[in-house]
Ligand binder design. Structure first.
Ligand SMILES: *Cc1c(COP(=O)(O)O)cnc(C)c1O
Length: 384
């Protein structure tokens, strides 16, 4: 039987209650969605600014579909590099305050492409233990030596940098950690990279659009350096799809030559670039969306202050509530769903053992009343 081993694996997963399944979404992404046949109030999308279904982005995409078609048609290096892509790259570089930017089809591909283009067998990658899976995969694929340091532990990172072999050094860190919502100590990371002559790659998937007036982690911390390789995704706060890498012109030129997930893939449809240009306008002009997020974060944190399940110290729209036990986390998530509130339970191995959690994501489209409703429901379950 060619698949018997795979069948066994699935059976075991099911028995352990770890089988992953996909919910069926039957509405646009947003806070009020239809999922598996029912209307729910959702706290689990990365659409932090509420742009995934924004009319300005939709009409920009429609107009571009009329003028530029729906298909990318070829890779960027053949004939796929549309003037809308070019315009978007220029706007993105300007937005994050770096000389040059390069679009990728997804954040996963951007991370794979950058790391494998820049380091190889004789080099070393230093990575935070809570980094996103795509950065870990990228490091492994690059064949560089991989040294992981405890989460945000700068002393441990320094020790590793000090004793590194010769060759290139690349430090990889999420700017906002996707399961905890906390932020990397960017200034300290940069200072270490300067001392030990390393590059610093920051994955700002959850910061771009949200932090630094929408310009991301670098603006938030007021840092800039030619050592920085900045990556952000465009399917989260920006509301569409894709990712970009920004940095020195020489870096970007090099990636165009060597990043295999850039070279050997079809360009994303230009209509997505048009939608993203419209998204950038909203990100730049509508501060109220970030202000609303701050209000919601305050409502949630104030509301859950004395709850027996504690929030992680996060000031971003990612607000995990640590439950601890796997089964209890699932149980709480299921009870919330009975009340029409969709909040995912995240369990190991995605998060460390004993830290199963509800991962609440807030969006500027939520109202304070809706967040209060969630607070009341969680408190009631905690007091059972
Ligand atoms: C979502 C995410 C990615 C992957 O981005 P996609 O565009 O979804 O492929 C990379 N890094 C981090 C930290 C993420 O949260």
């Amino acid at each position: 039987m060619p698949f018997s081993e795979l069948t066994t694996e699935l059976t075991e997963r099911t028995a352990a209650g770890l089988l992953r399944r996909r919910r069926l979404l039957e509405s646009p992404q947003g806070t009020h969605v239809r999922v598996d046949g029912r209307e729910v109030l959702s706290f689990c999308s990365n659409d932090y600014l509420g742009l995934a279904n924004h009319p300005a982005l939709i009409s920009a995409a429609k107009e571009a579909a009329d003028s530029a078609g729906v298909g990318g048609g070829a890779s960027h290096l053949i004939t796929g590099h549309h003037h809308l892509h070019q315009k978007l790259e220029e706007a993105l570089a300007k937005s994050v305050g770096l000389p040059c930017a390069l679009l990728f089809s997804t954040g996963y591909m951007a991370n794979i492409g950058v790391v494998t283009a820049l380091v190889g067998r004789s080099d070393t990658v230093f990575a935070d233990k809570l980094n996103h899976a795509s950065l870990n995969d990228a490091a492994v694929l690059s064949r560089a030596e991989l040294k992981r340091y405890p989460h945000n532990d700068m002393a441990a990172l320094e020790q590793l940098l000090k004793t590194a072999k010769s060759g290139r050094k690349l430090v990889l860190a999420d700017a906002v950690f996707s399961m905890d919502g906390d932020v990397a100590p960017v200034k300290e990371l940069l200072a270490l990279c300067e001392t030990y002559d390393a590059w610093l790659m920051l994955d700002d998937a959850h910061g771009f659009g949200v932090l630094g007036n929408g310009r991301g982690i670098l603006a938030e911390h007021g840092v800039c350096s030619p050592r920085i390789i900045y990556m952000a995704t465009l399917g989260k706060a920006a509301g569409v799809a894709g990712a970009f890498v920004a940095g020195e012109t020489m870096l970007i030129e090099n990636l165009i030559q060597n990043a295999r997930s850039y070279v050997y893939t079809t360009a994303a449809p230009p209509m997505l670039a048009a939608a993203l240009l419209a998204s950038l306008n909203v990100i730049e002009e509508e501060d109220w969306r970030r202000e609303q997020l701050q209000r919601l974060i305050r409502t949630l944190r104030d509301g859950l202050q004395s709850c027996r399940w504690q929030l992680v110290a996060s000031q971003t729209p990612i607000q995990p509530v640590i439950i601890g036990d796997n089964k209890e986390a699932i149980d709480v998530s299921e009870h919330l769903l009975e009340r029409g509130l969709l909040v995912p339970a995240i369990r190991p191995p995605t998060v460390p053992k004993g830290t199963a959690r509800l991962r609440i994501s807030l969006s500027a489209s939520h109202t304070t009343d809706e967040v209060q409703q969630l607070v009341d429901a969680i408190r009631k379950l905690a007091d059972r």
